[in-house]
Each structure stands twice: as structure tokens, then as C-alpha cells.
Ligand binder design. Structure first.
Ligand code: IPM
Ligand code: MN
Length: 353
């Protein structure tokens, strides 16, 4: 009997459903080509549901989602809902509740894609950011004192546990080893100022590296310098590992040098549990329903999902297909591709065959 995977699909808000529609098309194409089954179950979590019910995630959501092999997410964010509610209530809640402690974000310039970096080409821009995804400033620890008064104090703390940091580092070392490209893992931190948090990171980095990954070269860069090198010498990087907040920031920078939000994909990974894959661009509400948004980021997220659930060949075939299509697009930006969202999805789905 052929193997079949159960995928939970959360199309979400704005252009999320449009890009997910194309992603599903490509996943079906890959599944028929490579001879496995995919069974999709849709969930309506997002802004519209919240407006109707006042609920971000129903109580059963996490337990329901745990029954799937993976989650495929479009976008979360609605213009009528105050920023923070849906992001915290859905996206961050799922990352935390499902303990998806890795946020894997490849930064790769595909053929024919415009980059704002002069004189840089696909050989120069090809690295991966491993972002810690369940700790740091994102845990929501802290509070106010004398809120709303002139003496107001707001404290927001970064939580870094040895366990949490170490499991992220181990994943990053393992990933660098398997990637087998530059065999270099760069810790991105701020050891000159955040002398507690990044001291822990730095000690764990060298301890784990020295003991269990002596063949991997260990490098270090402060986060500000990392931003500088990503622009000036992106070819220096192989794999970067960093905390949640820095990872959030440098991967938007990464998305820009790889051609924009239209192509940047990410995986929220729990190597021992259920992982969730998404285009990192957001819901782009102003393009909703126009069939002009670029679905490639969602399609690439689908490819990454197949790789992580154990269909490596099929996942790779999606990336290869995308690399055949990027030279045929005028631009990766919404409305400027020279093709509709549907057409781009069709092109990749056919290429996979
Ligand atoms: C991302 C997003 C989220 C984050 C937001 C929407 C909460 O920016 O996935 O990078 O900060 O992690
Ligand atoms: Mn972000």
C-alpha cells in the first residue's frame, strides 16, 4: 500500500488562501509523480473566524492538529483586527503549543531573480538561518508598573534556557553537517551587551560543537555585524543559528536579498512532533482576491514540508521546478510577475511532472 500523509491546511487571511491553493496544486502534482498520498483537512483559523466568534483558536485546536503529519499555513493577519491578537493567538500559540522550537529559513537567490545586492549572484546568496522559535523575547514574560502614568515602567524579558538553547544548537549543527556545503555554523548574537543570554548561548555553542561536531567550523558574529555581512559578503555564510528575536529580524533582511517576500519560505519545526510550514510574507490584504500575489513562497514551504516529513526527493523536485520557473517571471512582486497567481502555480505543477 502506498504511503499517505495527513496534512492540516490553514489558509488563513488575506492572500493566504490564494497562495495555499497553488501550493496544494503543486503538492498534489508531486504526490502523483512520486507515488505517495496526501490527504488535506482544512481549518478556518484566522481573522474572519475571530471576527465571527471572538475566538482565535478553539480549545480543541492543538489536540486536533497533533493528529496530523504536518501543518500547511497561508498567512495570519487581518486589517480589521488589532495587530498582535491573531499573531499571538494563532501563529505564536501554535509554535509554542506544538513546541516547534526551530524556525528554519533558507536564504537562497534563485536563477533569474533580481536582488538589490549589486554584483551578487545565486552562487553568493545561499545560506540558511536556524532561528530558535519558542523562547527569547517571544515568551511574553514581563509586565507593566504604573501603567498609563508618567512613571510608567514596561519590562519585557528574554528567556533563554540551557535546554532550549542546546536543542536549537544541536539541530543547527546537525543541519550544517547534513547540508555539507561550507561545514560552517555561525552563531549570531550580541555577546558584547547581552552578557547573560548570549554568554549562555556562546558557552553551549562551543561545548556542543567541540564535543559532538568537531568537523563543523564554529564562527561567531554580533547581530549588527551579521546584518552588515549579509549585505556585503553573503557568500561567507553557510548556516546561521540565532535566538528568536534576532532570527526574526535577520530573516526579513534575508528575504529581501533573495528577491523579496514572494519567495521566502519557512518551517516551524518540532523534530519530534508536528511541524508547520508557511510563506513568511504575511497576508498582503491589499492584493486579496486579485490573483496577482506570488505563490512561490508558499510553494517552496510545501516543498520544505515534504522534505521534513520524509519525502525528500519530492520536496527537492519542487525546489528544482521553482528554479526552472523563476527565470520566466518578470519580477517576483505581486502584480508584476507577468503571470497570474494561478498561472505560476500551474507552471510549477507542470514542471514537477
Ligand atoms: C515571522 C513573523 C512573526 C514573528 C509575527 C507575525 C508574530 O514576523 O514569522 O517572522 O515575529 O515571528
Ligand atoms: Mn518576522
Amino acid at each position: 500500500m502506498k504511503k499517505s500523509y495527513k496534512i492540516a491546511v490553514i489558509p488563513g487571511d488575506g492572500t493566504g488562501p490564494e497562495v495555499i491553493r497553488e501550493g496544494l496544486k503543486v503538492l498534489k502534482s508531486a504526490s502523483s509523480k512520486f507515488g505517495f498520498g496526501v490527504d488535506f483537512t482544512e481549518f478556518d483559523f484566522g481573522g474572519e473566524r475571530y471576527k465571527k466568534t471572538g475566538e482565535t483558536l478553539p480549545e480543541s485546536a492543538v489536540e486536533d492538529l497533533k493528529k496530523f503529519d504536518a501543518i500547511y499555513l497561508g498567512a495570519i493577519g487581518h486589517p480589521d483586527v488589532k495587530p498582535g491578537i491573531l499573531e499571538k493567538g494563532i501563529l505564536l500559540s501554535l509554535r509554542f503549543a506544538l513546541d516547534q522550537y526551530i524556525n528554519l529559513r533558507p536564504v537562497k537567490l534563485y536563477p533569474g531573480v533580481w536582488t538589490p545586492l549589486k554584483d551578487k549572484s545565486p552562487e553568493d546568496i545561499d545560506f540558511v538561518v536556524v532561528r530558535e522559535n519558542t523562547e527569547g523575547l517571544y515568551v511574553g514574560m514581563g509586565g507593566y508598573l504604573k501603567k498609563g502614568t508618567p512613571d510608567e515602567v514596561a519590562v519585557q524579558e528574554s528567556v533563554n534556557t540551557r535546554k532550549g538553547v542546546e536543542r536549537c544548537l544541536r539541530y543547527a549543527f546537525e543541519f550544517t553537517k547534513k547540508r555539507n556545503k561550507g561545514k560552517t555554523l555561525t552563531l549570531c548574537g550580541k555577546t558584547n551587551v547581552l552578557t547573560y543570554a548570549f554568554d549562555l548561548w556562546e558557552r553551549a555553542f562551543h561545548e556542543v560543537g567541540q564535543k559532538d561536531y568537531p568537523e563543523i567550523k564554529r564562527d561567531y558574529a554580533h547581530v549588527d555585524a551579521t546584518c552588515m555581512w549579509m549585505i556585503k559578503n553573503p557568500e561567507w555564510f553557510d548556516v546561521i543559528v540565532t535566538d528568536n528575536m534576532f532570527g526574526d529580524i535577520i530573516t526579513d533582511l534575508g528575504a529581501m536579498i533573495q528577491g523579496g517576500m514572494g519567495i521566502a519560505a519557512g518551517g516551524n519545526i518540532n523534530p519530534e512532533g508536528v511541524s508547520m510550514f508557511e510563506p513568511i510574507g504575511g497576508s498582503a490584504p491589499k492584493y486579496t482576491g486579485q490573483n496577482v500575489i506570488n505563490p512561490l513562497a508558499a510553494i517552496c514551504a510545501g516543498g520544505m514540508m515534504l522534505e521534513v516529513i520524509g519525502e525528500g526527493k519530492a520536496g527537492l523536485s519542487i525546489e528544482k521546478a521553482v528554479m526552472e520557473i523563476t527565470p520566466k517571471l518578470k519580477s517576483l512582486s505581486a502584480g508584476k510577475m507577468g503571470h497570474s497567481t494561478t498561472e505560476v502555480g500551474d507552471m510549477v505543477a507542470e514542471q514537477v511532472q
